[in-house]
Ligand binder design. Structure first.
Ligand code: 13P
Ligand code: SF4
Length: 309
């Protein structure tokens, strides 16, 4: 069936098709916290980058459909090479992950041979293969602490790098990449949100700029924020992509969460739609592959992370 055929179906028809095909084929759907709410509702697991990579490695399914962006699906393939990993739209990239090339990292490594390379999970498989260890926003501080004072090259996110450097005092050379979704948050946005919701805690993702992060009551990954909302049940301003807020509102009854910015939307995360998810589950679009030599090296860097946290 062509995508146009799926596009002509109603949401209910698509949802039934997805549930049926998933069951028939033993497929598991993983969805990142930024996915559209209709995708989240059909997922077997929802989470942040760290949680989803762990689930991908251990879930007993032969096929995983990864509703997220390419670096996440690639990380699943790196950790679970025996599984078939599908992504509903192969154009769903992450501009932050694409902000550094393998050659640029090779150059940095040869310029600073005494430094360890710590790469954020928002990187291509090739960058991971050139790294000593990987981290996510949930564990970056712990990973760097674990390196016990070693000098570091940190790629590619400058804001997460700045946050980790402040928390650990590590000697870090930081690549100057950033995420356009989080960089749009300003100090004025925080002030405005606080005026509107004076009792709300300010939760900020570490991809936001340092002046915004400085105003946070909690700096956390998307699942760190979810956990806060679930456990504390107190009002919170959500300083990340709006998909997480939709998840919290959908799953946690009486939650009081407000977006720091309503239009903080990751365009490529939203490439996954119900028709594309249905096509993926039914017809096996699009298989994610990572060449063996890259996968093996990238695996070592990701495994080092999972051994620490
Ligand atoms: P999390 O790992 O916190 O979910 O972040 C992923 C991401 O891409 C943030 O923009
Ligand atoms: Fe990449 Fe930013 Fe989208 Fe996260 S929100 S996937 S860092 S572009």
């Amino acid at each position: 069936m062509a995508l146009a055929d799926y596009l002509s179906m109603s949401d209910d028809e698509l949802a039934s098709l997805i549930v049926e095909e998933k069951k028939k084929k033993g497929i598991v759907i993983l969805a990142h916290n930024y996915q559209r709410i209709e995708i989240q509702k059909l997922a077997d697991y929802i989470g942040d980058s760290l949680e989803l990579s762990r689930i991908a490695a251990k879930v007993p399914a032969r096929t995983i459909v990864f509703a997220g962006v390419m670096f996440m699906a690639e990380t699943a393939k790196i950790l679970a090479p025996e599984k078939r990993i599908l992504i509903p739209d192969e154009r769903a990239g992450c501009p932050l992950a694409e902000s550094i090339t393998a050659n640029q990292l090779r150059e940095l490594r040869s310029k600073y041979p005494d430094r360890l390379v710590v790469s954020y999970v928002n990187t291509t498989a090739e960058i991971k293969a050139l790294s000593d260890i990987v981290c996510t926003s949930a564990n970056a501080v712990k990973v760097v602490e674990h390196l016990g004072g070693k000098k570091i090259i940190f790629v590619p996110d400058k804001n997460l790098g700045d946050w980790v450097k402040k928390c650990t005092g590590a000697d870090m050379i930081i690549w100057q990449g950033s995420c356009y979704v989080h960089e749009q948050f300003t100090v004025e946005d925080v002030k405005r949100a606080k005026e509107l919701h004076p009792d709300a805690a300010v939760l900020i993702h570490p991809e936001a700029s340092p002046d915004v992060v400085a105003l946070a009551d909690l700096v956390a990954s998307t699942s760190g924020m979810y956990k806060f909302a679930k456990e504390k049940r107190t009002p919170a301003i959500i300083g990340t992509e709006v998909g997480l807020m939709e998840r919290i509102r959908h799953e946690i009854q009486d939650s009081k969460v407000y977006p720091l910015k309503r239009d903080a939307i990751c365009k490529t995360m939203k490439y996954t739609t119900l028709p594309k998810l249905a096509r993926s589950v039914r017809e096996g679009f699009f298989e994610v592959t990572v060449p063996d030599d890259i996968r093996e090296k990238a695996f070592s860097a990701v495994r080092r992370m999972t051994e620490i946290v």
